[in-house]
Design a protein around this ligand. Structure first.
Ligand SMILES: [Zn+2]
Length: 349
């Protein structure tokens, strides 16, 4: 791994763990932390989509695709900022209404789209992540992609990143909108574990995002049990499965909350329902602490998964630990058989 990852940007009491992978650093930028606007998601998505032949990307090249990504999201959700007014977002709305041209949108984006996001992109919950681009606005009026960014595309996870950004963006904007009515801030997952949805004021289901896209980054893009790398979209090879950690069949025995995000993990097809797959068995006890850890990682993500997991499994670390242990004990009274994979395909999550 390249040296620039370890260019530490130390503040007084935080430092970058030298064992963290470049994928983890990228995900910490996209998946964790508080966001007051969607610009970080828009910039991450745009960078993943742009051609990478040249490491210098001028602001006038970045401006339009960046703004168009925001325009697309404004169509899905008009709230892209926690504040009340924002002149750049107003220009994007005008573009969606065909009141201004693409060229006007580009100009608005050059002028106001990057005021904070380039400086703030690498700030992650009280620390600074290794850089995926350098700020070259002073001399070259652009940003320069670093080796760290290029290294992302050398990893097995390279196809997953853009889906993860999109899922995180959808969850964030939904939460920002529903914050108007916190009672509604609850995430549901449909019976087959494919889609995360919320219920609006009229109790109608509103689909938010694919569960696979939303979960993958929080278990480092690996199968929860055998640790092999997984794909979250069919186009890139065999697609992963959504597994109920505590099996779905427990529902028949009045275990009512097995369909919620805290209990869903992604697995390879072998582990889920292959020849020696898990099916309806309970996972080996060692995976209980891994589930606890994965759910804590969700909690670092802030709105809305954080709130949802805490509501479902407990607001403190010790409450969540006992919740899982009690659930396991109760499940054991129905299902006495445990399961673990025959082979491990990677390092633990
Ligand atoms: Zn597996």
């Amino acid at each position: 791994m390249c040296d620039t990852i370890y260019n530490l940007f130390m503040t007084t009491n935080t430092y970058v763990d030298p064992n963290a992978t470049i994928e983890t650093h990228w995900r910490s930028i996209v998946l964790l932390g508080k966001n007051t606007a969607s610009y970080k998601f828009a910039l991450a998505k745009t960078l993943l989509e742009l051609p990478r032949q040249q490491s210098l990307i001028r602001i006038d090249e970045l401006a339009l695709p960046f703004a168009l990504n925001i325009c697309e999201h404004l169509k899905l959700n008009d709230k892209q900022h926690t504040g009340s007014t924002n002149s750049f977002l107003d220009e994007c709305r005008k573009f969606n209404l065909k009141e201004i041209s693409e060229n006007d949108l580009r100009e608005a984006s050059i002028k106001n789209g990057f005021t904070y996001v380039i400086d703030a992109f690498h700030n992650v919950v009280g620390a600074v992540s290794p850089r995926f681009f350098d700020d070259s606005r002073k001399n070259d009026n652009g940003i320069t992609l670093t080796d760290n960014f290029y290294n992302l595309f050398e990893t097995e996870q390279k196809f997953n990143f853009r889906y993860e950004v999109e899922a995180r963006w959808r969850l964030w904007e939904t939460a920002i909108t529903l914050k108007i009515n916190p009672r509604l801030l609850d995430l549901y997952v449909d019976g087959d574990g494919e889609t995360i949805f919320v219920r609006n004021e009229s109790n109608r289901r509103v689909n938010v995002t694919s569960a696979k896209h939303a979960i993958a980054g929080y278990q480092r893009g690996k199968c929860f049990y055998c640790y092999g790398s997984i794909n979250i979209e069919r186009e890139n090879g065999e697609v992963c499965h959504v597994d109920h950690f505590f099996p779905h069949m427990l529902k028949q025995f009045n275990f009512n909350n097995v369909d919620l995000v805290w209990n869903l993990v992604l697995t390879c097809s072998d582990c889920n329902n292959g020849k020696s797959g898990k099916f309806d068995l309970l996972p080996d006890k060692k995976y209980l602490s891994q589930l606890f850890k994965r759910n804590n990682f969700f909690i670092e993500s802030n709105l809305p998964i954080r709130e949802s997991i805490m509501k479902q499994t407990g607001s403190t670390s010790s409450e969540r630990k006992s919740f899982l242990e009690n659930f396991d004990q109760n499940a054991l009274s129905i299902q006495p058989h445990r399961w673990r994979p025959m082979i491990l395909r990677g390092e633990p999550i």
